[in-house]
Design a protein around this ligand. Sequence first.
Ligand code: ZN
Ligand code: ZN
Length: 147
Amino acid sequence: MRDDLQLEFAALCRENGWKCTSQRLAVYGFLRGNLTHPDVDGVWEAVRSELPTITRESVYRILNEFSEKGVIRRLDQIENARYDSRTDAHGHFICGKCGHISDFNWPEGVVLPPEMRQAKIAQMELRLVGVCEKCAAAPPVVPKGQN
Ligand SMILES: [Zn+2]
Ligand SMILES: [Zn+2]
């Protein structure tokens, strides 16, 4: 498993002209196959256990490098940008209460409206925003001093 990661990472660096640094490797290793859509702090926290000296700025720079080359996807227009290891077309459900983001597969048979048929689509995302099942099931919080 570890060997696969090293090989994959070396190929990725070669392709993009990056140096194979331990910092890039740590970020890549953490995000590969990770479906939790972490923000920069989440990634930083995780890679620091492996590389205690890595700075938040380095993590941020590496994440943006990866997103620019399509290695990961950056989700914007959320409170904090989140980073996604899945770069294929898929949808997101975002809970406005707890911030949890879950993936769902693109519904089959999505057809573009005729006026968009000539457009060059670089990225497709369907985003649903609401309240997740967990939050919807939680009892409402009674504000203090109102009982
Ligand atoms: Zn929620
Ligand atoms: Zn996703």
